[in-house]
Design a protein around this ligand. Structure first.
Ligand code: GCV
Length: 693
């Protein structure tokens, strides 16, 4: 493992740990282009990109290239970084190519002309250059042949943002990889090297925004938007800026009361509006390219506009008005529900909350408000249906919220690669504008022609040696960035690229790790809560099995299991949740025989003797699934054991330890859940396996 040094700590650079290229033929082919790096713009962004490239090439090829500012007639060869609009590139780039390159996009072109050999990396703006550089570096590391380097890349979604749930005391809500890299003990950390390396990792997956504090904004964190912290924050913003990443902050909706001493935070109150305008003005005086606010309001005890009898549009638009003159945005979370609701009434259903709260507001949000919607209607369970809000808000900017951190998916002790699940969600056809109305086209803004759209991923990193606790969990961060840039990409390709860049291209290494990644979500689902059941975790920390553990269970168990059946009837005859979907899906979800089986218990109340498509009863399926899941963890372990000696020892052992823990905890899941069903039904396993009574 190549470790990046900083004064206090060593840590891996994940997929950016460069090693010398070992293929002589490839080195020869490439060396002919390596005379110097030409920067056609003289600014810190180009300088930084040039230095990134130079440092990488030094490791890859052992050559220390000069940085130069001019293309001279006898240049011979080199890598040229420039803006597509630069006339000096006219000889190399066609007008059509120029037109195709966007502000964040880039072009790479290999040229052999008049005995000169050049690789052009060009963009319309600065961000595209840094993305182009990392693209080139990684393509070289994948030993991509020169003739295959030519490309034009552009993002599908304009906003690609990481959300940190970092608290100002240094803890991370739902963080499983150490402490915050930004905060400690109520202060902003000055570990700029670590932040810079983080910015490099994020830029290499083309992330363009980062919210560094938790959406639950409490205590001192409320004051982050004031000069008390803004000076320090501006230094962090500066580091991120170098890598094309904007800084955003989560805010507390009641800040005018907490900080401003007002007696209300009513969004229609003139003093409140003025307070926010002044606060925003101050922020921009420290951070001129500040991205904007992320807001969790009226949810899980956070204040919001409902307190004043106002709508979420009133709340969001008030903030948006303050940010608009500076180009800032408000990202408003749709995760609004009443966690204390009494669900004994059969129509009451938490799954309906986001739609019920926001659908009536479609078209009422300002142009710079974006609604950030969790992928499913509940809360990042191992499987949920796609939130019906996608496809229901044609006049509202929308973003997809994925949880990269593995709150309900094994907390970075269990291997659970999320790319396969995310891809399924993005490929879901909402039918809102007829066939082909995919979620991916909604969150990239193209289906409804929205200016702002994109992806938010709840971060899985902390200050641990490998950033993510489980080394293989780095793949989730990588995949989030790759899908946000291009949701059409094949997940196998994304995972393969990560594997090679992180562990090298040994065939066995690649095959085994790829198998592990691509099967891991299914395995986790099998031994935890298959068929869309969800939630059977311990309350509070959400790790480990607890069949009746749903924390807001005052009104009975979440899944309402009794001796005959389990699941909530969410059909149009039941809670009415399916009515929030387009007719096409409503009819499918409503019908117990048509409903996709992996979501059966999400949508239906099902008797234990109900026969599934494979002929098994629901109960027997449950037993089998849990046994199979544990057996498949053995497969994961075996695949990893086969790689001993082929992977850096430290990394090997770290992952091995986690896999062994996974096995132990998977057995616990199997036994607790199977026992639960056995106790409920009194029906033993048909195969006579031991189920603890
Ligand atoms: C940041 C779930 C999590 C909370 C999280 C919340 C949210 O309820 O358990 O930790 O709070 O989602 O997304 O706001």
């Amino acid at each position: 493992m190549i470790l990046s040094k900083n004064s206090k700590q060593k840590y891996s650079m994940c997929w950016l740990s460069y090693k010398p290229i070992d293929e002589i033929e490839y080195i020869r082919e490439f060396e002919r282009y390596l005379d110097k790096i030409v920067l056609l713009e003289n600014n810190i962004y180009f300088q930084n990109a040039g230095n990134e490239l130079r440092r990488a090439l030094e490791v890859l090829f052992g050559t220390d290239l000069r940085l130069s500012n001019c293309i001279d007639a006898n240049m011979g060869s080199g890598i040229i970084l420039g803006k597509v609009t630069d006339e000096r590139l006219n000889n190399f780039i066609t007008d059509d190519e120029k037109k195709e390159v966007s502000e964040e996009g880039f072009l790479i072109k290999v040229i052999n002309k008049n005995k000169g050999r050049y690789i052009i990396v060009a963009s319309k703006g600065e961000k595209g250059i840094i993305y182009g550089i990392f693209h080139l570096i990684n393509k070289i590391r994948l030993k991509t042949r020169l003739k295959e380097l030519n490309c034009i890349e552009k993002p599908k979604a304009p906003l690609r943002i990481i959300n940190h749930w970092d608290n100002i005391d240094g803890t991370i809500e739902r963080g499983y990889a150490g402490k915050s890299i930004f905060f400690a003990n109520g202060r902003i950390k000055r570990d700029y090297k670590r932040i810079l390396d983080y910015a490099r990792l994020l830029a290499s997956i083309r992330i363009n925004g980062v919210v560094i504090n938790n959406v639950n904004v409490r205590d001192k964190a409320i004051w982050l938007i004031t000069p008390k912290y803004l000076n320090e924050l501006s230094k962090i913003a500066e580091i991120f800026r170098l890598y094309g990443i904007k800084l955003y902050l989560s805010i507390n909706f009641a800040s005018p009361i907490y900080i401003g001493g007002l007696d209300t935070a009513d969004p229609l109150d003139k003093n409140v509006q003025k307070w926010w305008k002044d606060a925003v003005k101050t922020i921009y005086s420290y951070i001129p390219d500040f991205g904007g606010f992320l807001v969790k309001a009226d949810s899980e005890f956070n204040p919001g506009p409902y307190v004043y009898g106002r709508t979420h549009a009133d709340g969001a638009n008030m903030l948006a008005e303050a940010l608009l003159p500076y180009g800032g945005v408000v990202i408003w979370r749709a995760f609004v529900y009443n966690c204390l609701q009494d669900w004994r009434d059969t129509k009451t259903d938490r799954a309906k909350a986001a739609y019920d709260n926001f659908k009536p507001l479609d078209g009422k949000f300002s142009e710079n408000v974006i609604l950030q919607i969790k992928y499913g209607p509940m809360d990042f369970q191992v499987r949920e249906p796609v939130s019906p809000l996608f496809g229901a808000m044609e006049k509202t900017n929308q973003m997809m919220e994925f949880q990269i951190t593995q709150e309900y998916t094994g907390q970075q002790i269990h291997l659970c690669y999320l790319g396969t699940l995310w891809k399924e969600i993005l490929e879901f056809d909402t039918y809102c504008k007829g066939k082909g109305s995919y979620v991916k086209r909604i969150v990239d803004g193209s289906l409804f022609g929205m200016r702002y759209a994109g992806f938010a991923g709840v971060s899985n990193i902390g200050d641990s040696i490998n950033w993510t606790g489980h080394d293989l969990a780095q793949a989730n961060l990588w995949t989030f960035g790759k899908l946000a840039w291009d949701p059409d990409k094949k997940i196998e390709d994304i995972a393969r690229e990560w594997t090679i860049l992180t562990f090298g291209d040994d065939k066995k290494v690649v095959d085994n790790i790829l198998w592990m990644l691509l099967n891991s979500h299914t395995i986790y689902e099998k031994y935890t809560t298959p068929l869309g059941l969800g939630w059977m975790v311990n309350p509070g920390h959400h790790y480990g099995p607890n069949p009746e553990g749903y924390e807001y269970s005052k009104w009975g168990t979440y899944h309402r299991a009794d001796t005959k059946a389990i699941g909530v009837d969410r059909t149009s005859r039941g809670t009415g949740y399916t009515l929030q979907y387009h007719k096409f899906w409503r009819e499918i979800f409503d019908d117990i025989n048509k409903c996709p089986e992996e979501l059966l218990l999400f949508f239906h109340r099902v008797p234990y003797d109900f026969r599934l498509k494979n002929g098994k009863t629901l109960l027997q399926f449950m037993y089998d699934s849990h046994f199979e899941g544990v057996e498949m963890v053995d497969e994961l372990i075996k695949k990893w054991e086969d790689l001993r000696g082929k992977i850096d020892d430290e990394v090997f052992n770290r992952v091995y330890e986690r896999l062994k823990m996974q096995k132990e905890h998977a057995i616990e899941w199997r036994d607790v859940i199977n026992t639960y069903f056995y106790r409920k039904t009194g029906i033993p396993d048909e195969k006579g396996r031991v189920i603890y009574p």
